[in-house]
Design a protein around this ligand. Structure first.
Ligand code: PLP
Length: 396
């Protein structure tokens, strides 16, 4: 028996990968090519200028450690960019570059969550928040989102406030939201910052999908009075198609960033040197980003109108990120299946990968499937049409 630390037993492991594995089996045994709505990354390559810059850095031998908090130039550039975008004077000393936004999130939880502390999460949420809170001995406390086909997903603020106890340490906010595809209204950012300040809680705001906005404006917590108690997370993965580069960042007041530096130097020393050089060029590629967002908006429209035509499905036309999160409760009722079994059947019968909402804790997702529209229109059309056939077979 391995003698692992007890805390490891509290991790459930990432289950989105399981469905890719089932798809590979179906491809092997049935000889069909599956269509993958399970992916959580843009399908476009990293813009060329970014790649060129990283190559140049490698060729010039820029391969040594960098400062733990990231290259000064990159931290300054991020601070300058956010200052321009949100109007507040953000300083280099308030920025830490990390190996991916996931690491940034991990560090944020590590800095604040003691065993027994409660962390308020939206239900459903990106799976990793609850995993890390559990790992640290904290307790996720969920606030369910309600669903309306026309207006999307919303949180009841009174209910959120009612969940705050003397043990509450943090509220986690993610906008635009994975898995629902919701771009929450401006009021929510404002209210969450206010409540967190009033109740002396940390507000952890994950804004990694901030460019993937199709309807409505976008309001960042950095547009509020954030310095006292907000930890802002973002990264290069989604906006610049750089998932494999592993670069994210934290914005918080100096004292917090200093702690990040201490943790960083003990965990990973620094983010990858030449990747950071590449990221410096990303700020010159916003034309490409805008083209990508236009493309994703068209894909969203296509997926929405295709899904709309399926019987037993209620779907909101997602306003952000690149996910559609249809309610399949009627199909679950007719077939007697749960969303996990349904997702497996859709792979086996239709060769289409979706992610069951159950993967996103805690309970609300059980009636939903998550589909990514980060793939081309023809595939979206074919995938939904195959889903339709599979569902018709299942529901009779
Ligand atoms: C909400 C959310 N936050 C963070 C991440 C992680 O991003 P990164 O690739 O920068 O670690 C993801 C990736 O799927 C995500 O969906």
């Amino acid at each position: 028996m391995e003698n692992f630390a007890g805390s490891l037993s509290r991790l459930t492991g990432e289950s989105t990968l399981l469905y890719q594995e089932i798809a590979r089996n179906v491809e092997r045994t049935k000889g069909i090519k599956t269509i993958n709505f399970g992916i959580g990354q843009p399908d476009l390559p990293t813009p060329q200028r970014i790649r060129e810059e990283a190559k140049l850095a490698l060729d010039k031998g820029f391969t040594a450690y960098t400062p733990a908090l990231g290259l000064d130039e990159l931290r300054s550039k991020i601070a300058e960019f956010l200052t321009q975008r949100y109007g507040d004077q953000i300083r280099k000393e308030e920025v830490a570059v990390t190996p991916g936004a996931k690491t940034a999130l991990f560090l944020a939880f590590l800095m604040y969550v003691n065993p027994g502390d409660e962390v308020i999460l939206f239900d459903p949420s990106f799976y990793s928040y609850a995993e890390v809170v559990n790992l640290l001995g904290g307790k996720p406390v969920y606030v369910p989102l309600s669903f309306d086909e026309n207006s999307g997903f919303s949180v009841d603020m009174d209910e959120l406030v009612s969940k705050i106890t003397p043990r509450t340490k943090m509220i986690v906010y993610n906008n635009p939201h994975n898995p629902t595809g919701m771009n929450f209204n401006d009021k929510l950012a404002r209210e969450l910052v206010e409540i967190a300040r009033e109740k002396r809680l940390i507000l952890l705001s994950d804004e990694i999908y901030d460019y993937f906005v199709y309807d409505g404006g976008f309001r960042s917590v950095l547009q509020e009075a954030w310095r006292d108690n907000v930890i802002y997370i973002n990264g290069f993965s989604k906006t610049f198609s750089m998932t494999g580069w592993r670069l994210g960042y934290i914005v918080a007041k100096r004292e917090v960033i200093n702690k990040v530096g201490i943790l960083a130097s003990n965990i990973y020393t620094c983010p990858t040197s030449f990747a950071q050089r590449g990221a410096l060029a990303s700020f010159d590629t916003f034309d490409e980003v805008r083209r990508m967002i236009d493309l994703f908006k068209r894909r969203r429209d296509v997926m929405f109108s295709e899904l709309k035509s399926l019987k037993g499905i209620r779907v909101y036309k997602s306003s952000g990120a690149f996910y559609m999160f249809p309610d399949v409760s009627e199909i679950l009722k007719t077939t007697g299946m749960d969303s996990k079994a349904l997702a497996v059947k859709i792979i086996e019968e239709g060769g289409v990968v979706t992610i069951p909402g159950e993967v996103f804790p805690e309970k609300v997702g059980r009636n939903f499937l998550r589909l990514s529209f980060a793939l081309d229109e023809e595939k979206i059309k074919e995938g939904v049409s195959r889903m339709k056939m599979a569902l018709e077979k299942l529901t009779g």
